[in-house]
Ligand binder design. Structure first.
Ligand SMILES: [Zn+2]
Ligand SMILES: [Zn+2]
Length: 230
C-alpha cells in the first residue's frame, strides 16, 4: 500500500524515523551496558584469581619459614647440648638442658607421654570400655576468619624474628665451642667474653674484603706511613 499520498503521511514517515532513532539508541545503550558489565565482571574475576594466588604464596612462605624455624630450633638445642660436653660442665650450669634434665624429670608416680600417643591410648580405652566420647572432642564450628594482608605479614614477621633469636643463640654457642675446642688462652669465651682470637674470627666472618696485588698494597701502606700519622 502506498501511503505517500495520504494526508497524514508525514506522521507515518516521522514515526518511522523516530522508531529508527529509538531502536538505534536502545541498541547503542544495550551494547554499552553489555560491554561495561562484561569488562567489570572480567576484571573482578582477574582480581579474585590474583588474590587467591597471593593467598597461596603467603601460605607457602609461612609454612616454609615455620619449617625452617623448626630446623633451627632443633639445631640450637643440639648445639647447646654439645656445648655441655665440649666445655665439659663439671658442675651444674644454669640454662644448660643437659645439666638440668636429670633434675627436670617428673616426680615419682608421674610419666611424661607424647600428646599424640596419649590420644591414641585414650581412644583405645574409650572403645574397649565403651566410654562416652568427651564433649570437648566434638569438632569446633568456628567460622574460618580471613586474614588481612597486614595480619599475614605480621605472622610472617613473628616467625622470622623467632628464627633470628634461635640463630643468635646458635652463633653464641658455636663461638664458645670454637673457643674451647681450639683451646684459646683467654679466660672468657667468645666476642662477648672479649677473647681476642674469637674476635679475630668474627671480624674475618663479617668484614668485607677485596683481593689486590701485593705491589698496590705495599704502595698504599707506604703512602699512608709518609702522609698520615699512622
Ligand atoms: Zn651442662
Ligand atoms: Zn676465644
Amino acid at each position: 500500500m502506498d501511503v505517500s499520498n495520504h494526508p497524514l503521511a508525514f506522521l507515518f514517515i516521522l514515526n518511522m524515523k523516530t522508531a529508527k532513532i529509538v531502536l538505534l539508541t536502545v541498541l547503542v545503550v544495550a551494547v554499552t551496558i553489555g560491554t561495561v558489565w562484561y569488562s567489570y565482571n572480567n576484571s573482578s574475576k582477574v582480581v579474585a584469581s590474583e588474590k587467591s594466588v597471593t593467598d597461596t604464596k603467603f601460605e607457602e612462605i609461612y609454612i616454609t619459614i615455620r619449617e625452617t624455624g623448626e630446623y633451627i630450633r632443633d639445631i640450637s638445642d643440639t648445639n647447646v647440648r654439645n656445648f655441655h660436653y665440649t666445655k665439659p660442665h663439671k658442675k651444674f650450669t644454669i640454662l644448660c638442658p643437659e645439666c638440668a634434665e636429670p633434675f627436670a624429670k617428673p616426680k615419682e608416680d608421674l610419666v611424661e607421654v607424647p600428646v599424640e600417643r596419649l590420644k591414641e591410648l585414650r581412644t583405645i580405652r574409650r572403645e574397649v570400655l565403651s566410654l562416652p566420647t568427651p564433649s570437648d572432642q566434638s569438632p569446633a564450628t568456628q567460622p574460618v576468619e580471613e586474614l588481612t594482608t597486614l595480619e599475614e605479614l605480621d605472622s610472617v614477621l613473628r616467625l622470622l624474628k623467632g628464627q633470628k633469636s634461635h640463630l643468635y643463640t646458635n652463633r653464641y654457642i658455636m663461638e664458645m665451642q670454637y673457643h674451647y675446642l681450639k683451646k684459646h688462652t683467654h679466660p672468657r669465651p667468645g666476642t662477648h667474653g672479649g677473647c681476642p682470637d674469637c674476635i679475630k674470627l668474627r671480624t674475618k666472618q663479617t668484614q668485607e674484603t677485596e683481593i689486590i696485588s701485593q705491589g698496590e698494597y705495599d704502595l698504599l701502606i707506604q703512602l699512608e706511613k709518609e702522609y698520615t700519622d699512622k
